[in-house]
Write a new protein. Structure first.
Length: 179
């Protein structure tokens, strides 16, 4: 019998001063058995840092034709394609053609992630930011995860301040371009 996903619930207070976004959110996140805590934490961070009307999680690692997070407008058209981890070039190419905006968040070494795209065809590659965090930040956040978590995310001048279940962390958001 296959093991099902584990549901994590996050009570989130989001204050993104850089974008003028202030929200209280309740997120139910399904963690697939093959998904690491660091990958799930990066999905949650990407959701918070990209929060906009119409944002949603896909089926995560089980989704084959959608990114980890996406934003749709009221007509159902995908406006933002938000990948997590180390997506291959063909996924970025598809996402960039489909959506107005494509972005990647990674908990891995960004130079190694970007290197896998070298020489590959990616639509509007120069417009795709690859965002990463300080080494150890996502792992420390993942270590503080519980099935029910309280999360406060504040963003000011490109720095993320995170309080997760009483653990305080901060990181700069580093950005490379896919192209």
């Amino acid at each position: 019998m296959a093991i099902g996903a584990t549901i994590h619930t996050f009570a989130v207070q989001l204050a993104d001063v850089d974008r003028g976004v202030y929200e209280d959110l309740t997120l139910r996140v399904a963690r697939h058995p093959s998904e690491t805590a660091a990958f799930m934490m990066t999905r949650v961070l990407a959701y918070c840092l990209e929060y906009a009307e119409g944002i949603s999680f896909s089926e995560g690692v089980a989704a084959t034709d959608e990114p980890a997070v996406l934003v749709r407008d009221l007509t159902g058209r995908v406006t933002s394609w938000i990948e997590v981890g180390s997506p291959d070039a063909s996924r970025l190419h598809t996402g960039s053609k489909l959506a107005d905006r494509t972005v990647v968040y990674t908990h891995r070494d960004p130079a190694k992630v970007a290197a896998t795209w070298d020489g590959k065809r990616i639509h509007r590659a120069e417009d795709i930011p690859l965002r990463s965090f300080d080494p150890g930040f996502v792992d420390a956040a993942a270590a503080a995860l519980e099935r029910r978590s309280t999360l406060s995310v504040s963003v000011t001048e490109g720095t993320v301040y995170l309080e997760l279940n009483g653990t305080n962390l901060s990181t700069a958001i580093h950005e490379l371009r896919a192209g």
